[in-house]
Design a protein around this ligand. Structure first.
Ligand code: 13P
Ligand code: SF4
Length: 357
């Protein structure tokens, strides 16, 4: 990441951006973006704000304005410990809500109202209440890609980087794991656990044959949510790239289908994927996750050849632009609020996850 410095001139910022980003951002855009970066840095300082940027932010934003960049777990930790008055979350709504859950006294801003998530939309608090009624006493593990009221119904949260650890930590015979069907299946495989998809009146299952199976020694009860981005990657994509580049190392986010993950060389959350590329002496990677992250890696590591499938984008993450971030700081928008009773219950689930490490 470039050094944040509100004292730098537009020219100096432009020069820094050219050095780092000329391979991934069209030259014609850099000057205009440098001006936005300049204004954001000044306002951020004036308003005593911290900017958190998810790994999926577009390169001109990711490499310039965040004080901290990372995966959802990382950014939750930063949100929990910041001493700034304002948290500007360059990510999606559930991430900004998690920041508010952890830091209720701070003003949390999400630069776009449209930055949602298909996983968060896939389940409501009442669905969780129904599951708990159906499986009384079974602990609920909820992926952080959910809204606060769903977290409030949960025993513990997890992210893509600690899901297996969280499930294992519960030491329970059966776990409800919601809402990502693919992550549940990938975690089930990693932990050696079995998985049940309950049938309800809306037909929320693809695994009817497992729905009433009580013979399994350990069960995870899943949901049918999917990431609209990662579900698009197919095993054929891997075959095609391997046919063209036999030496390629394939990296997949665990929101991809179990078939894609098992045909990959490595799977992990966004930070883990970046670390893998940085720490392994491999020349060529295929990255099966949101395309901007590959752009960010290419900017930081031009020596590594990173292949990405850029027809597959997260329209929610892509809502967050430098322009919107500047307006968020200028006009204090969009303020994230979580009702206090929900926040307190959601806090227990999120904090329990953070305590695990
Ligand atoms: P990470 O927690 O791995 O950063 O993932 C967040 C996300 O939304 C992936 O689609
Ligand atoms: Fe949600 Fe998928 Fe976008 Fe991540 S990439 S924010 S899981 S829709």
């Amino acid at each position: 990441m470039l050094v944040e410095d509100s004292a730098l001139t537009v020219e100096e910022i432009h020069e820094e951006m050219e050095k780092k980003l000329s391979g991934v951002v069209p030259a014609g855009e850099l000057r205009y973006k440098a001006e936005l970066v300049h204004q954001i840095r000044i306002l951020k300082k004036e308003k005593n704000a911290v900017i958190l940027g998810h790994n999926y932010m577009e390169p001109a934003l990711f490499h310039t304005i965040p004080d901290f960049a990372g995966d959802s777990l990382d950014l939750s930790r930063k949100a929990a410990t910041t001493d700034k008055d304002i948290i500007v979350f360059c990510g999606v709504r559930f991430m900004a809500e998690t920041a508010k859950i952890l830091s209720p006294a701070k003003k949390v801003l999400l630069p776009s109202e449209k930055a949602g998530c298909s996983l968060a939309e896939s389940i409501a608090a009442d669905d969780v209440r129904q599951l708990k009624k159906r499986y009384p006493g079974v602990p609920v593990v909820t992926y952080v890609n959910t809204y606060a009221d769903v977290k409030a119904e949960s025993d513990i949260c997890c992210t893509s980087s600690n899901a297996a650890e969280v499930v294992t930590s519960l030491n329970a015979d059966t776990v409800i794991f919601i809402p990502d069907e693919y992550l549940a299946k990938n975690v089930a495989r990693e932990t050696g656990k079995h998985i049940i998809f309950p049938v309800n009146e809306n037909g929320l299952t693809e695994n009817k044959e497992l729905s009433e199976d009580t013979t399994l020694d350990y069960q995870m009860i899943g949901w049918k949510g999917r990431c609209e981005v990662h579900e698009q990657f197919k095993v054929e994509d891997i075959y095609n790239v391997r046919a063209q580049f036999p030496d390629v190392t394939v990296l997949a986010h665990p929101e991809c289908s179990p078939e894609v993950v098992s045909n990959s060389d490595y799977s992990g959350g966004t930070n883990a994927l970046i670390r893998y590329i940085e720490e392994n002496d491999v020349k060529r990677f295929l990255l099966l996750t949101e395309c901007s992250m590959a752009d960010n890696i290419i900017a930081a590591h031009p020596d590594k050849e990173t292949i990405r499938l850029c027809s597959i984008r997260c329209e929610h993450m892509n809502q967050i632009t430098l322009e919107d971030t500047l307006n968020a700081l200028r006009y204090d928008r969009y303020i994230i609020e979580v009702p206090e009773d929900i926040r307190q219950r959601a806090y227990r689930a999120v904090n329990r996850m953070l305590e695990i490490g």
